[in-house]
Design a protein around this ligand. Sequence first.
Ligand code: PEP
Ligand code: MN
Length: 332
Amino acid sequence: MILHLKDSVSQQEADQLAGQIKAFHIRPEGKSVLITGSGVKEVPAALEGKVEDSWVFANDIQLASRSYIQGTREVKIGDVTIGGNTRNTLLIGGPCSVESEEQIRESSQLLVKLGLSTLRGGCYKPRTSPYSFQGMGLDGLKLLAKMRDEFGLNVITEARDATHIDEIIEYSDVIQVGAKAMYDQGILRACAKTQKPVLIKRGFGTTLQEFVQAAEFVLSGGNPNVVLCERGIRTFETGTRFTLDLCGVAWLKHHTNLPVILDPSHAMGYAYGVADLARACVAMGIDGLLIEAHRNPKEAKSDASQQLTHQEFTDLLASLQPVAASVGYKMI
Ligand code: PEP
Ligand code: MN
């Protein structure tokens, strides 16, 4: 249950009441909001006369629910905004991993040339094998920060586990919580304590309900800036790396108030299908797209098979613009 308290209830009293009924207490726009589990269906007696408005839910998708906030939340990523009434589709581009200064500078130059704002690049890679390239770590984060300073780009990079989450929060403009990390309570709870946007990727074996509940950890801890990312789930099919769940995207758009970004690169696993999928995604009317591109995909230290060349990425953007326009969106 979500309860908006009356303005006459002080912050201190709201804290005390939250403790009494074992609720979360957040203060979006200076307003005290208490959140209990969805099992609570009536205003608790302790809050009698103190509640301005309340919402009851069938399950623990509450702050993220579209029955709580009717539209899509607005999330600011640096100086660009997605969600709300913007109808912006943010194209996030860059390599799977930051590999060297020259490599990430070429990625940055590509984005600047195309008028794009947001650079991706992993520094702590959640690899399936311990023998694969694990990422440049802090040195990579410093390179991303350097690119931000040099080119005025926003940077997004992923946390592999909670041991380096403070570094990620410090160095990035958007914190990426990867498909394998989305159950990590240490990461989610740390993300709740910042106001930086958090992009949560759906685990490949995660139901939509579980996915959105991961977002609830961040929202209920006080960070309203959460973006969901569908990146493919595991099905019986092995011809492609994963299966991009577009039905799930329609479900998220219908049931939640969070912006939704799609990642066809990791879903497909092969560069040849990424552009077709990206156009299908944009045709749904989405808040963003995450596409991996590398100056020389064959030499990439991770996800080599799925990364686009810079020319392919450039051509893709040109082909996405009319698709976005056809559904009333704009590629930014
Ligand atoms: C990535 O974005 O490079 C990545 C590892 O993605 P995912 O967590 O979706 O596998
Ligand atoms: Mn990758």
